[in-house]
Design a protein around this ligand. Structure first.
Ligand code: BES
Ligand code: ZN
Length: 435
């Protein structure tokens, strides 16, 4: 009896599953047919040539400088030549350039600290430098200032928990005249304060920080001299948009496919000439093969990501309610050419999880098991903030992130093709998830 009941339940389950899969696979077959109609033919040569043309020198595309502007023009020309509806959105920013810097440990015979670097947007010092005593304030949270007087001092702060600029502003508000950051895990810090700071901020190695902490524990005085010559100017940056219009799209639905094209003070090949190349190549493939989709695809390349997602935030924060409603999703490609792993992340919006799942399925189809994570470190986050489902695609790991080693020779052309393949397959599939 017990056995009979179990087999009846099993049988019923089987029937339900069968009915369910048949009705689902009908829709999936339609989608797959459509996908098959598009024979992917991505050119890694085109993508590598683009990367070569915009990432072959140091400081190739720093936000607000010549290289960034020239790259915007190049992207615009490409969109236009593909027949996309092209537009450029300019916005004001502050550009930041570092001329020279040094950090000296006065207490240790003026020892020059190696691997000490100003954070981006650190205000400069006088040419004589800023001399001050060091006070340790742990993570630099509000509570860390309760029992210490940092007036006129230089604070030593651990990375973690809050943005660097929040900690730096807080140090200033408590009267500190400078800040030194370090990573307790020994990682090197390459960070931005996103706007010109009130007090100079540098990062040092964990070893040097430990040396200072030890002296302070022994109640000894630690004195440092920070010298920074930097230039901060009013400038502009641009988002470049190329819309691939659908012929059959009455309600104005669209998918946004984006990547930032600005860089830090490196060749910035993987971060993020790679993502930009993928966006351009997807646009080329769709436009040249005249693929028909029931929604528009808005290819977008963002400026000023590296100074705090400024370009994407400028765009997203001006989206109308209707536009937000009609934007099916946003797919962001950032650092997609180095590493043989793949990660899909969201900015913490649970509504985007269906998209993550879809992304994992698509990657599976092309032979990858994608990991998932949460991150607000790239442009998808600006869209998540205004309520657009957004995912961030990244190849992992890249050990040369924000270093001068971020060069084209590290980029795997095949991975770029996989990313294009993934992106177009996502477009073919998108409505299956929506419906
Ligand atoms: N592509 C990076 C983000 C990234 C790098 C994520 C490595 C995961 C691993 C992006 O361009 C970047 O550098 N973002 C900044 C934050 C932004 C708000 C200025 C960052 O992560 O420091
Ligand atoms: Zn990036």
């Amino acid at each position: 009896m017990k056995k009979n009941l179990r087999s009846t339940i099993l049988l019923m389950g089987l029937i339900i599953a069968l009915v369910f899969t048949t009705s689902c696979s009908k829709q999936n077959t339609d989608q797959a047919d459509e996908a098959k109609a598009f024979v992917a033919d991505f050119s890694s040569e085109e993508m590598m040539a683009f990367i070569e043309s915009v990432a072959s020198v140091d400081n190739a595309r720093i936000t607000g400088f010549e290289g960034e502007h020239q790259t915007a023009d190049k992207i615009q020309e490409t969109f236009e030549s593909l027949g996309l509806e092209t537009s450029v959105q300019s916005f004001p920013i502050q550009s930041y350039a570092l001329n020279s810097h040094s950090v000296q440990l006065v207490t240790d015979g003026d020892r020059l600290l190696e691997n000490a670097n100003p954070l981006s947007y650190s205000i400069g010092t006088s040419s004589e430098g800023l001399l001050g005593q060091v006070v340790s304030v742990g993570l630099g949270a509000e509570e860390n200032y309760k029992d210490v007087d940092v007036t006129g001092k230089i604070v030593l702060i651990q990375r973690g928990g809050e943005y660097f600029y929040v900690k730096n502003d807080r140090a200033f508000s408590h009267g500190a005249v400078g800040a030194i950051f370090y990573d307790p895990n020994g990682e090197s810090i390459s960070a931005t304060l996103t706007h010109l700071s009130e007090i100079p901020a540098v990062s040092i190695t964990k070893e040097d920080a430990t040396w200072m902490e030890q002296k302070l524990l022994e109640s000894q005085v630690v004195e440092v001299k920070i010298t920074i010559d930097a230039k901060c100017e009013d400038s502009e940056s641009k988002n470049v948009i190329g819309i691939y219009r659908s012929k059959d799209n009455k309600d104005g639905k669209k998918v946004i496919v984006g990547a930032h094209y600005d860089g830090v003070n490196t060749p910035a090949a993987n971060d993020n000439a790679s993502g930009t190349a993928v966006v351009l190549e997807m646009a080329r493939a769709l436009a040249e093969q005249k693929v028909e989709l029931p929604f528009d695809v808005q290819f977008m390349t963002f400026g000023a990501e590296e100074i705090g997602l400024v370009g994407s935030d400028y765009y997203a924060s001006q989206m109308t309610r209707d536009e937000i409603k009609n934007t099916i999703c946003m797919i962001n490609f950032d650092m997609v050419g180095v590493g043989d792993g793949i990660d899909i992340s969201t900015a913490g919006d649970p509504r985007a999880l269906s998209l993550v799942k879809q992304g994992q399925d698509v990657f599976k189809e092309i032979g990858f098991t994608a990991t998932t994570s949460e991150s607000d470190r790239s442009d998808h986050a600006s869209f998540a903030t205004v309520g657009v489902k957004a995912i961030y695609i990244q190849a992992t790991p890249d050990h040369n992130y924000h270093t001068d080693e971020d060069t084209i020779d590290k980029i795997d052309p095949e991975m770029l093709k996989h990313m294009c393949d993934f992106g177009t397959k996502m477009l073919m599939d998108v409505l299956a998830v929506e419906n």
